[in-house]
Design a protein around this ligand. Structure first.
Ligand code: PLP
Length: 407
């Protein structure tokens, strides 16, 4: 199917906004959060208008309808990532909460003094801090596999860091700073050959191409709906059923119990055991609409569009004197990070903003990677399915303007 970006743009009302008279919005911060198509908003409004109530509680019709929507979203999310059963999908607030859930519920049982959790140098803090918190409590350590200058992992070094004390390998499928895509299938095979389970942070990768947990072979995978053109407040933790079944609950509250007496508690099965309290009900309707929207184009078509923009942006930015492009590992996509000689990243992004170009500047929640790159901050442009080659050119012009003003 040919991807028609101009047609797709019409689905996103916010793109009609002018940031100043005659200055259109060029939104290049989709890796932080993607804009929302009308179908996602409509699905959420429709649920609140017609079928809203709390889920799993009602003896009434609205409660049943809301529960059907919420549980339907679980099946839809399972289909999106090729899970074997809807019960393998745990709804969480986002990728961050999913990783915290695994670090606490799984980690507290399986990690002890002297054990190791293996991560990489390009992880988002969401896939680092929860593990650091766990190991502090347990007297274990987090080890960080280094990356090469282009952001790619050295697989030999990674394999060499796996040992009998490694209790979990937690790795991103795609860097939120460099757009580097890790060979997850190969990494999982290396880890499994040594009996090490693998958690995949698919927060960036899920929007960039097809995610298939069976093909990846991993044990846990997380993603957030808001990066997939869906709402904030809902994300997915997928886990193999047998592993989820073996895990104790994480947060306590309503819905996650089987029976409570003044003296005893027994817990519900999976996934209810991990979904304490009122869940993101309206957001689940938005998630379904977002996944349907994406599948309407096909993830392969979206991935090809992202890659085209990424390659064009690197090529355009490389022509600017004094601009240092980070990363560049073969196969990278969707995200470009750079610095400009003699200029602070924040100043560059502020000038771009005056040109209507929304960029991100900072450490991008990846401070160990910043240290590896030898910088405090970078400017980051990240693309969505609504971005165009003309916008890549506008990015180039905005950075040239920043260079003129700051040097
Ligand atoms: N992992 C990666 C690679 C990310 O890019 C992000 C967010 O930028 C996260 C995890 C955390 O996602 P959230 O803030 O939606 O929980």
């Amino acid at each position: 199917m040919v991807f028609d970006v101009m047609k797709a743009r019409q689905d996103f009302p916010i793109l009609a906004r002018e940031m100043a008279p005659g200055v259109p919005l060029v939104y290049l911060d989709s890796a932080a959060s993607a804009q929302k198509p009308r179908v996602v908003m409509d699905a959420m409004v429709s649920m609140m208008t017609h079928s809203y109530a709390n889920v799993h509680r009602g003896i009434h019709r609205l409660g049943d309808e809301a529960t059907d929507i919420y549980e339907g979203a679980r099946s839809r999310a399972a289909r999106f990532i090729g899970a074997q059963a809807a019960e393998e999908i745990v709804f969480v607030r986002g990728a961050t909460e999913g990783i915290n859930l695994v670090a606490q519920a799984w980690g507290r049982t399986h990690v002890g003094p002297g054990d190791e959790i293996l991560v990489s140098e390009i992880e988002h803090h969401a896939n680092l801090v929860p593990w650091r918190m766990l190991v502090q409590e347990k007297g274990a350590t987090v080890r960080m596999a280094p990356v090469r200058d282009d952001g790619s992992l050295d697989m030999m070094v990674l394999a060499g860091m796996m040992n009998a004390r490694t209790k979990m390998l937690a790795i991103t499928a795609m860097s939120n700073v460099l757009g580097v895509i890790n060979p997850v299938r190969e990494i999982v095979a290396l880890a499994h050959a040594r009996g090490i389970p693998v958690l995949v942070d698919a927060c960036q990768a899920a929007v960039h191409g097809q995610t298939d947990v069976q093909a990846l072979g991993c044990d846990f995978l997380v993603f957030s709906a808001h990066k997939l053109y869906g709402p904030t407040g809902i994300g997915v933790l997928w886990g193999r059923k047998e592993i989820l079944d073996s895990m104790p609950p994480w947060q306590g509250g309503g819905h996650m119990i089987d029976r409570v007496t003044p003296e005893t508690i027994t817990y519900a099965g999976v996934p209810a055991r991990f979904e304490a309290g009122t869940m993101p009900i309206v957001e689940s309707a938005g998630l379904v609409a977002a996944l349907d929207y994406l599948d309407g184009f096909g993830m392969d078509a979206i991935a090809a569009h992202d890659r085209m923009l990424h390659d064009a942006a690197r090529e355009r930015l490389a022509r600017i004197p004094g601009l240092r492009l980070m990363g560049g590992a073969p196969g990278s996509s969707n995200i470009v990070s750079f610095t400009l000689d003699g200029a602070q990243a924040y100043d560059v992004a502020s000038i771009a903003d005056k040109c209507g170009v929304a960029l991100r500047a900072g450490h991008h929640c990846a401070q160990p990677l910043m240290r590896r790159l030898g910088v405090d901050a970078t400017v980051r442009a990240s693309f969505g399915l609504y971005n165009t080659l003309e916008e890549v050119e506008q990015l180039g012009r905005a950075i040239e303007k920043a260079r003129e003003m700051l040097s």
